[in-house]
Write a protein that binds this ligand. Sequence first.
Ligand SMILES: *[C@@H]1O[C@H](CO)[C@@H](O)[C@H](O)[C@H]1NC(C)=O
Ligand SMILES: *[C@@H]1O[C@H](CO)[C@@H](O)[C@H](O)[C@H]1NC(C)=O
Ligand SMILES: *[C@@H]1O[C@H](CO)[C@@H](O)[C@H](O)[C@H]1NC(C)=O
Length: 620
Amino acid sequence: MLGRLFVVMPVTFSKKVSPRHWMAYIDPEELNPQNPSIFISSPASAAVGCYGFQLYVFKQGVKKTSAFSKFTLLCNPWCREDAVYIPFEDQREEYIQNDSGLLFVGTSKNIVSRPWSFDQFEPGVLEACLNLLQVSPQHQKNRNMDYLNRNNPIYISRVVSAMINSKDDRGVLTGKWDGSFKDGVNPSLWTGSGDVLTQWAESGYSPVKYGQCWVFAAVMCTVMRVLGIPCRVITNFNSAHDTNDNLVIEEYYSETGQKLKHSNDSIWNFHVWVECWMSRRDVGPGMDGWQVLDPTPQERSGGVFCCGPAPVKAVKDRRIDLFFDIPFVYAEVNADVHAFVVSEGRVVSHSKDTERVGSLIYTKAVGVHRHQNITGDYKSIKSPSSTLSGSSAAMSEDSTLSRGSGMVVLLDLGKVPIAGEPVHFTVKVMNKHRVAKRMKVHLNAQAKEYNHSPSDTFWESHGVVQLAPMEVKVIHQQILPAEYENVVGDDVINLAVVLEDLASHERVLASEEFNIASPQLTIEIANADSVVLRKEQAAIVTFTNTFSHPVSGVLTVAGAGLIQGKVNFRMLPLRPGGSVMQRITFIPTKWGTKMLQARLSLSDINSAIRGFKMVLVCRA
Ligand SMILES: *[C@@H]1O[C@H](CO)[C@@H](O)[C@H](O)[C@H]1NC(C)=O
Ligand SMILES: *[C@@H]1O[C@H](CO)[C@@H](O)[C@H](O)[C@H]1NC(C)=O
Ligand SMILES: *[C@@H]1O[C@H](CO)[C@@H](O)[C@H](O)[C@H]1NC(C)=O
């Protein structure tokens, strides 16, 4: 029985089952008349949910109820006939069973991998995930219809995508992007999905504050893995949010290189969604496999904030005629960027970039702590020779370049900037005229959250260069730690240069966005080779202050299957260059490879420092 729906199965003495019907049997070879076992076999397309069952015994035509119980039924990716069947065992291990992983954030040139605990085996998580289906508007509106539809992963994934955000329903998480999280949890501070889901369930299903894209996606990944649908978290670097449906993102700069807030379109440095694995007989052949689902509330689909499932293959082939939401996902990975320099309300320079959006798409690789580059699954990669043309700007591996008719400016960030060290970069200017030129160089740096317009300028520099005909000059510049540390934190720096010909007032722009690599916590496990179930174990977390000023904060250590809940320690102000070690003990409750993670949330700057260690727990 599922709600009021039920099926009656006569118990047979034959072990023959069918993937299409409910069957029950007693194994004739194993028959123990004192204590008989009855096996129940469900059809591959059985609905997901919490079932009740009753056993009736008939004796000389008289019916007696002799047992009542419950079981939970999930999708089965091990079963060939199931719509979520995924053929390789290592993929099922990763996309269903792995309870920890990595989320990729940062910028495409300095990718940060954050540990995340999916927590699907932690207490209360299965119940919260099943109840998510029960409190959904679909279930509240028509229980029988909802139960009947729950045999379909397309339906389930769409319900979950809408329920992860709290818009339109009693969903799990409220999004917030304006930097003040006083009445909730800063999205950067969650370490796993378990806390979010159990807090939501314990509060009687009121939305948890707060989420941003990686939290929405990682929590959805947990729910899908729990329900038995293979799922992985995807990061799209330079993800376009095209609000006016023209497949173009407009960016405006002032004549001194300050980025302006003139457009509602935005490019998020990264955006995170999930892919779920299922067959798509509804949209025709060739579309089975990975499907994009995006629980972050961005645009409505069918009237509610949800997105997908969009077959990845359909995004690549631009099949905008197919279901669901393919044009939106297509723009996220393919829009063009048009950059304008404006002076006194007039556009004085214009450049186009067709390479920046969707520049890199990553997910965690199967079974190892590495990224897998899946850009080629979403996009047909153009050959690089087609990117430089006329006066357009283009991006190469590590620099941006902009050319006007007679001058060229190039911004080049040497190595990845590291917290506590100066940010070094070079500006290369070229005079392609046959006469000497005096040119003004305006440099401007702004901090920006990964999906926001930049805030005020925190660093600038202006100068004049004299260039002989055909001369090239390289200007070395640096931004000191004291100049950026308190403003930037976990944010991104938008650096722009505008070169202005003092005679003609012609201008060219080059810009670059980058993040600062933060220091890491290191974790050492005592006797790492002999960690045993239910036996106390010690670990040491070390932090070295690489910032140029003292820092203090709170250290949190967590680990699904290793630590119940979390442990917190206050860290007193630590001088620059100083180190601190914290010893912790824990008692593993699950065997297998488990993730121990530590996070130091700094009180002085908007930044969290992380570290993790995989622990192999043996059965004893
Ligand atoms: C941006 O969005 C706001 C609010 O939705 C709207 O009032 C404004 O006209 C939009 N601006 C542009 C440039 O489209
Ligand atoms: C999960 O992935 C990690 C590597 O990232 C691996 O060490 C671990 O064995 C995996 N666990 C399972 C259950 O596959
Ligand atoms: C990622 O994959 C794409 C497509 O295969 C390729 O063009 C690109 O160079 C790769 N990038 C990195 C950083 O591996």
